[in-house]
Design a protein around this ligand. Structure first.
Ligand code: HEC
Length: 306
């Protein structure tokens, strides 16, 4: 402790001030860096979530449109046509609409999947990761939505998932036993997949995948530039404060100390300079007055001794 005090005593004003300024600058950088990073990543996550939600609602609307407007018009043809009409199936239309969206809108890295444990069309088969999400929905019936990140080789992808439930008895026409399904469906999809579903069972998860890397990278870039500007401003402030300290305090004080040294050895020929009227200027002026008094006193002393 004593040593510390000694060290502090031996430091000059500029060093002490710089230690203080650098400490303040570091605290400012760490605090604002942390807060900025929190705000920006929170914002980026919100942007990604909003995108995914809009797409999810759009796809649900496409599904609804197909089952309420398209299906009733074409249902009768399912009985007569030899070729199955997948256009009547909400899952099919949602998938097709999303493919157009990906190709025409330049959204190649966005994905839509009705990940199903036992799907009619095997392209909808849930992989291990998706199957876990479906299991989560099956175990927790009150869970209506879940989301998170999935890492692919191309980068992090944000997903949002909702349960797919066999909500109506009418679904069982094509998804319970092959015997109940239209012949054309069996011809196209076979008798193996997409059957034995139960009413109200959760059979899969409707999933939207949105690429998150670009959004998070642009948040990082923004953070780097803001921090760059902040650090430059702090450095500039420290340089300017040092310059000010030198010009208006330490340099004049040094000159005064040298002059006081000369006066102490009897050299009274020079004046203290005081270009500014600040505290240092006032000190210089009073030292000048003291020097004059000293001069007079010396002269009186000299004349007395003569
Ligand atoms: C007319 C027969 C038919 C009816 C009725 C039907 N589906 Fe399907 N469903 C299909 C076919 C065929 C597919 C595969 C479409 C494709 O090729 O993408 C399918 C696909 C699906 C899929 C995507 C996973 C998979 O199996 O490939 C889900 C989920 C689904 N149906 C749920 C339902 C629900 C819920 C209902 C009731 C509201 C329903 N289906 C009614 C024939 C039907």
């Amino acid at each position: 402790m004593l040593k510390d005090n000694q060290l502090l005593k031996n430091l000059n004003i500029a060093t002490k001030l710089n230690v203080l300024l650098v400490t303040i600058a570091l605290i400012t950088i760490f605090l604002s860096g942390g807060v900025l990073s929190l705000i920006l990543s929170h914002n980026a996550e919100k942007v990604v979530t909003d995108k995914a939600l809009v797409l999810m609602e759009t796809m649900s609307a496409v599904r609804n449109y197909t089952s309420t407007k398209v299906n009733p018009e074409l249902a009768s043809r399912l009985e007569t046509d030899t070729q199955f009409l997948p256009q009547t199936v909400p899952a099919f239309s949602a998938r097709e609409v999303f493919e157009y969206f990906r190709e025409q809108g330049g959204y190649k890295d966005f994905f839509y999947k009705e990940a199903t444990l036992n799907p009619t069309n095997l392209r909808d088969k849930a992989d291990k990761f998706e199957a876990n999400i479906v299991e989560e929905f099956r175990l927790n019936k009150s869970l209506k939505q879940t989301s998170g990140f999935r890492t692919f080789s191309s980068g992090d992808i944000f997903y949002i998932a909702r349960p797919l439930q066999v909500s109506k008895e009418s679904c069982l026409r094509c998804h319970s036993t092959p015997d109940r399904a239209p012949q054309s469906l069996l011809t196209t999809y076979g008798r193996e997949n997409g059957f034995n579903w139960k009413l109200h069972e959760i059979v899969g998860a409707q999933m939207i995948l949105v690429p998150a890397n670009a959004i998070f990278e642009s948040a990082k870039r923004l953070q780097t530039s803001v921090m760059g500007i902040l650090i430059s401003c702090l450095i500039l402030a420290i340089v300017l404060i040092n310059f000010f300290l030198k010009v208006s305090i330490t340099n004049p004080l040094k000159k005064m100390a040298q002059l006081a040294q000369r006066i102490s050895t009897g050299d009274l020929t020079r004046e203290f300079e005081h270009p500014f009227n600040d505290e240092v200027g006032v000190l210089a002026a009073s030292l000048n007055r003291m020097k004059v008094s000293l001069d007079i006193a010396m002269e009186m002393l000299n004349s007395d001794t003569e």
